[in-house]
Design a protein around this ligand. Structure first.
Ligand code: ARG
Length: 566
C-alpha cells in the first residue's frame, strides 16, 4: 500500500524518538479541509513529556523538518503540525496503484492462514424469514466478503433453527390438523398456521404441550416417523429460503444448523460435568452464572431434552475442533446479547481460552414505516415481498430515465435488490432504523441506486473514450481541488476496508463509497473528460477508471451488483 501517512509518521519519529511509529500513526489526523494540509499531527499529548506548550512543540517540529523533500510544505497552526504533500506525486502513486492492481486494489494478505467463521442469517425452519434475519443475512454476508478480501480463509455458516421443542409441537399439529398438499403448496405459511393453531388449542387442552414435548423427545431419540416429518418440514422450508438467498446472491459453506449438533451434545454435557459446572435445580441442570453477574443458564431440562444454549455451546466446540478458527463471529440481533454473554462465559468456565475468539456482532432493530408493505396474514416471507416491490418500483424509475435500456429486467433486479441491501448497510449496525421506500430508491440521495448510477456513468465514459488508459499519465494536469478530493478518497479505500473489518462494520464501506461517488460527480461536473487534448483526456480518464474500480469493489464487498448501464 502506498502510504503517505507512514511517511509523515516516519518524519515525525526523528523528532519524537520515544514514540513508536505505530503510536505516531494512530495520532495523525486528516484535517477537515485541505487548506489545513493533507495530514495533521496534534502536539497536545506531548506537552507533558516535553514540558512545552503545544504550539511551541509544533514550531520546533516544523523547524526540524525543514528541507524534507517528501512534503511540499510543513506548517505550524496552533498546536498542530500540518503536512502538505506533493499533489502530483500523490495522484501519480495512487492512480498507478489502483490501475495496476485493479480488482485487487484494497485487498491484502492480512488474514493469511487464519480461518474466520462468519455465522449469519440462521432463520428458523417453518417460520417466516423475518426482518431480523434479513439484517443478519445482509450484514453477515458483507462481513464474510470483507474478511475474504483481506485474505482470511472464511467459512460462512447458516446455523439454521431446525431443532427444539417447537418441532415436537409442529409434528403434533400436523398430525392432527395438517394436510400434505397444503404444506407442499405453501410450506411456510401452512406450517406457521399449524404452529399458531397448536398454541390456540393448547390453551384449551393442556395435554397438547405434553404431547409436543414427547414428540420432540422422540425426534431426539431418532424415532423414524418424527425424523421423517421433521426432515420434510426442513426441506420445504429451505427451498423457500433458497429463493431469497439466490436473489441476494448469497451462498453458505455450511448449513450445519441446530439439529446438526443433536448427537454431539452428550459428549459436551459430559465435559461440563467433568468441569463441575453443572448444578441440579428442580430436576433440571443449570450453570450458575451468578458470580459473573448473569442469570443462571438452563442446559438440560427435567425430561433430558436440550436447549438452544446447549446447542450453541456444542456448536462452538465443534467449530474449534473442526476449523481451528482464529475468530468465530456471530451476526445475531442485539436482543440475544444476554444469550451470547451466557454461553461464551460457559465456554470460558469450561477452560477454553478461545472463548475470547467467539464474537457476537449484534445489530439493532428495523422499524417499518407505516404502509411500507401490506402485511398479508399467512403469506409471510417478508423479505421476498420487499425485494419484489423494490424491483418493480425500480423498473418504472429506470424506464422513465432510460426507456431504451437493454435487459431491463436484469438491471431492475440488480438495482432494486441492491437498493434494499445498501440501505440495510448504510447505518451503523447497532442503531435501530426505520425502513423507508423514499430513502431506498432515491436516485439522487445517499442510496444504492445513486452509487450504482455513478458506477454506470463512469463505465459509459470509458466505453465512449477512444483511447485506453494505460502507461504514462501527466499528473501535474490534475491537481485541482475536485480531483484531489476524489484521489484522496480512492487512496483511503484500503484503510477503510481494514477499518470495516476490525470493527465488523460494513457501513464504514457504504459511507465511504457514497463519499467517493459524490466526490467523483463533483469532479465530473467541473472537469469535462472527453476533451481534445490527449494528455488531459488520458489523465482524467485514469481518474474515471480508478473511481469505477473503487466503487465496483466497494459494492462487491457489500454484496451488491454493478450494472454497466442503467
Ligand atoms: N435461529 C435463531 C433465531 O432466529 C438465531 C440463531 C443465531 N445463532 C446462534 N448461533 N445462536 O432467533
Amino acid at each position: 500500500m502506498i502510504d503517505f501517512k507512514q511517511e509523515v509518521a516516519e518524519a515525525l519519529k526523528q523528532y519524537i524518538p520515544d514514540l513508536e511509529v505505530s503510536e505516531i500513526l494512530s495520532m495523525i489526523e486528516i484535517p477537515p479541509n485541505t487548506n489545513m494540509g493533507d495530514y495533521a499531527f496534534p502536539c497536545f499529548r506531548l506537552a507533558k513529556t516535553f514540558r512545552k506548550a503545544p504550539p511551541l512543540i509544533a514550531t520546533e517540529i516544523v523547524k526540524a523538518l525543514e528541507g524534507n523533500k517528501a512534503f511540499q510544505k510543513v506548517e505550524q497552526a496552533g498546536g498542530y503540525v500540518n503536512f502538505f504533500i506533493h499533489k502530483a506525486v500523490f495522484v501519480e502513486k495512487t492512480l498507478k496503484e489502483v490501475l495496476e492492481k485493479q480488482e485487487l486494489y484494497g485487498s491484502s494478505d492480512l488474514g493469511k492462514d487464519k480461518t474466520v467463521i462468519v455465522e449469519f442469517s440462521s432463520p428458523n425452519i417453518a417460520k417466516p424469514f423475518h426482518i431480523g434475519h434479513i439484517r443478519s443475512t445482509v450484514i453477515g454476508s458483507s462481513i464474510n466478503r470483507i474478511y475474504k478480501f483481506l485474505g482470511f480463509n472464511t467459512v460462512a455458516i447458516n446455523h439454521l433453527g431446525d431443532y427444539g421443542t417447537q418441532f415436537g409441537k409442529l409434528i403434533v399439529a400436523y398430525k392432527r390438523w395438517g394436510n400434505e398438499e397444503e404444506v407442499q403448496n405453501a410450506p411456510i405459511p401452512t406450517l406457521l398456521k399449524l404452529y399458531i393453531q397448536f398454541h390456540d388449542e393448547a390453551e384449551k387442552d393442556a395435554t397438547l404441550e405434553e404431547e409436543g414435548r414427547m414428540w420432540f423427545k422422540r425426534l431426539e431419540d431418532g424415532d423414524e416417523e418424527a425424523l421423517r416429518l421433521w426432515q420434510w418440514f426442513r426441506d420445504v422450508s429451505l427451498k423457500e429460503f433458497n429463493r431469497v438467498y439466490s436473489k441476494l446472491n448469497i451462498t453458505f459453506d455450511s448449513l450445519a444448523g441446530e439439529s446438526f449438533y443433536s448427537d454431539k451434545m452428550p459428549r459436551v454435557l459430559e465435559m461440563m460435568e467433568e468441569k463441575n459446572i453443572l448444578e441440579k435445580s428442580q430436576g433440571a441442570e443449570i450453570v450458575n452464572l451468578e458470580p459473573h453477574g448473569l442469570p443462571p443458564a438452563l442446559i438440560r431440562k427435567k425430561d433430558g431434552s436440550t436447549l438452544y444454549i446447549t446447542r450453541d455451546i456444542t456448536a462452538a466446540i465443534y467449530r474449534k475442533e473442526t476449523y481451528d478458527f482464529y475468530k468465530n463471529i456471530y451476526v445475531v440481533a442485539s436482543q440475544q446479547n444476554l444469550h451470547f454473554e451466557q454461553w461464551i462465559k460457559i465456554i470460558e468456565l469450561m477452560g477454553f481460552e478461545w472463548a475470547q475468539d467467539c464474537i457476537h456482532v449484534p445489530f439493532g432493530l428495523v422499524r417499518l414505516e407505516e404502509g411500507t408493505i401490506a402485511t398479508r396474514k399467512g403469506r409471510v416471507v417478508f423479505l421476498e415481498d420487499v425485494l419484489n416491490k423494490a424491483i418493480e418500483q425500480t423498473k418504472s424509475i429506470i424506464l422513465e430515465k432510460n426507456p431504451n435500456i437493454d435487459n431491463l429486467d436484469q438491471v431492475a433486479e440488480e438495482v432494486g435488490v441492491g437498493a434494499v441491501v445498501f440501505q440495510e448497510l448504510s447505518n451503523n449496525r447497532i442503531k435501530d432504523y426505520t425502513f423507508s421506500w423514499d430513502k431506498v430508491l432515491n436516485f439522487e440521495g445517499e442510496t444504492g441506486p445513486y452509487v450504482q448510477y455513478t458506477y454506470a456513468r463512469a463505465s459509459s465514459v470509458l466505453r465512449k473514450a477512444d483511447i485506453e488508459v494505460k502507461g504514462e499519465i501527466n499528473t501535474t494536469l490534475i491537481t485541482d481541488d475536485a480531483t484531489m478530493t476524489v484521489i484522496k478518497a480512492i487512496q483511503q479505500f484500503p484503510d477503510i476496508i481494514q477499518d470495516a473489518q476490525r470493527k465488523n462494520e460494513p457501513s464504514i464501506i457504504t459511507r465511504h463509497i457514497i463519499h467517493v461517488a459524490q466526490a467523483f460527480n463533483r469532479f465530473y461536473h467541473d472537469n469535462p473528460v472527453l476533451v481534445d487534448e490527449v494528455e488531459l483526456k488520458k489523465a482524467r480518464l485514469a481518474i474515471v477508471k480508478a473511481t469505477r474500480q473503487v466503487i465496483g469493489t466497494g459494492l462487491n464487498l457489500l454484496g451488491i451488483k454493478t450494472p454497466e448501464k442503467m
